[in-house]
Design a protein around this ligand. Structure first.
Ligand code: DNO
Length: 356
C-alpha cells in the first residue's frame, strides 16, 4: 500500500509540501493541473513544472486526481471524439512522468455535492455536511449557494467557468437517461483502454457523491451492483475503481468492506474516510476513527489488508480543526491524523497477520 496526500499546488492550497513531508508514511502527492478545463490537453511542460516542485521533497507523482471528462463525452455528442483524442494525448504525456493511476468521475454536471462546507460538530471543529432538505430543485440557486459557502476557494467540479453555463448544460443532459450514460461511459473507456495498456496507466473511476440521483440527473456508481456492472462492462485490468468509502458509505445500505473484499484487485486507489449517517439521510463527515462514524473503517482496512491491496491510498477529507483556515475538507491537521490512524491499523495488521 502506498500512502498519498492530495495537494492543490503552490498558491492554491493552504498546506505546503514542507508540512506534508513531516506526516509519517506519505510517499506521493496526488496532484492535478487545476486550471485546466475538461477536454484540454495537459502539455508536457506544464506537467514538468509540477515534477520540478515535487522532486526536491522526494514525493512521487504517480496518481492524478482528476483528469476531468468533458461533458460532451458524458452526454454523447459527436464532438466527444475530439475530446477523447485530447484525453488520450494527455494520458500519453502523463506516462512520460511516471503516472500510473488516473482518478476521474462520470458524474453529470456536478462533482461531489455538500450543503454545508463548515458545519459545526459537537467538539468545536467543523466538517462537510449534507442536509437532504437543503438540496433545492433549482440547480442554479444550488450552485450559487454552494459557491457562496466555499469561503472563496474553488471547488473541484464546481469551477465558475462551468457554472456560468449551467442552464445550457442542463438542457443538453435532458435526454441522457441512466442507460444512455452507461453507454457513453462504455464508449469512452473502450476508446482509451488500448492507450492505458500501452502506457501502463490505470483508470480509476470515483463513485458518485452522494450515491443517489440529484437534480434529476442520473448517477451511475452508487452501490455494489453498479460496481459489478461497471467492472464487467469493460473487463480490463486497467479499468479500475477509486473506492471512496465516504461516498459509498453515505448510503447505509452499502457495505464498503464487502465491496473491497470482492473487487480488491480492481481497486487502484483507495479513499478512506468516515461519515456519520443520520436516520433522516443527512450525513456529516467525521474523524477517521471507526467509532465516530458509520462506514466501518476497521473492517475496510482489514479487507484491504487481507486481500493483498497494493494500490494507492489517501485519507481523503478531514475536519477543520485547531482553527485551521483551509479548503473545505482539505486541511492539514485532520488529514494527517487520519493517515496516522490508517497506518496504525495497517501496521498492526502486518504485525498480527504477517504476509507469507
Ligand atoms: C472530493 C473528491 C472528488 C474527486 C472527483 C474525482 O473531495 O473526492 O472531487 O476528486 O470526483 O474525479
Amino acid at each position: 500500500m502506498d500512502m498519498t496526500f492530495r495537494w492543490y499546488g503552490t498558491g492554491n492550497d493552504s498546506v505546503t509540501l514542507e508540512q506534508i513531508r513531516q506526516i509519517p508514511g506519505v510517499k506521493g502527492i496526488v496532484w492535478a493541473l487545476h486550471d485546466k478545463q475538461p477536454g484540454e490537453v495537459w502539455e508536457k511542460d506544464e506537467i514538468q513544472k509540477v515534477k520540478d516542485e515535487l522532486d526536491p521533497y522526494g514525493f512521487h507523482m504517480e496518481v492524478v486526481e482528476s483528469v476531468n471528462v468533458h461533458d460532451d463525452i458524458k452526454i454523447g455528442l459527436p464532438s466527444r471524439d475530439k475530446y477523447i483524442e485530447n484525453y488520450i494525448t494527455t494520458l500519453k504525456n502523463l506516462k512520460e512522468f511516471g503516472v500510473k493511476c488516473v482518478c476521474y468521475n462520470f458524474m453529470p454536471v456536478f462533482d461531489w455535492t455538500r450543503t454545508d462546507m463548515y458545519h459545526p460538530l459537537p467538539d468545536g471543529s467543523t466538517a462537510l455536511f449534507y442536509e437532504k432538505s437543503k438540496i433545492i430543485d433549482d440547480p442554479m440557486k444550488m450552485a450559487e449557494y454552494v459557491l457562496d459557502n466555499a469561503k472563496g476557494y474553488t471547488l473541484p467540479g464546481w469551477e465558475p467557468e462551468r457554472m456560468a453555463h449551467l442552464k445550457e448544460l442542463f438542457d443538453q443532459y435532458k435526454d441522457v437517461t441512466k442507460e444512455k450514460l452507461w453507454d457513453n461511459l462504455k464508449y469512452f473507456l473502450e476508446a482509451i483502454m488500448p492507450t492505458c495498456r500501452e502506457c501502463d496507466i490505470k483508470m480509476a473511476i470515483h463513485p458518485d457523491d452522494p450515491p443517489w440521483d440529484i437534480f434529476g440527473l442520473p448517477r451511475l456508481l452508487i452501490d455494489e451492483a453498479a460496481v459489478d456492472r461497471f467492472l464487467k462492462m469493460v473487463d480490463d485490468p486497467y479499468n479500475c475503481l477509486t473506492l471512496c468509502s465516504g461516498s459509498f458509505g453515505s448510503n447505509k445500505d452499502n457495505c464498503v468492506a464487502d465491496i473491497v473484499a470482492k473487487h480488491c484487485d480492481r481497486i487502484a486507489f483507495a479513499h478512506v474516510r468516515n461519515v456519520k449517517v443520520y436516520d433522516n439521510g443527512d450525513f456529516s463527515e467525521v474523524s477517521h476513527r471507526d467509532c465516530d462514524g458509520s462506514v466501518g473503517v476497521l473492517e475496510i482496512m482489514k479487507a484491504y489488508y487481507r486481500n493483498g491491496f497494493d494500490g494507492y491510498m489517501r485519507p481523503d477529507h478531514g475536519r477543520h480543526i485547531w482553527g485551521e483556515k483551509c479548503r473545505p475538507g482539505y486541511g492539514l491537521y485532520d488529514r494527517a491524523l487520519g493517515i496516522m490512524y490508517l497506518l496504525g491499523c495497517w501496521d498492526m495488521l502486518e504485525r498480527l497477520e504477517p504476509r507469507k
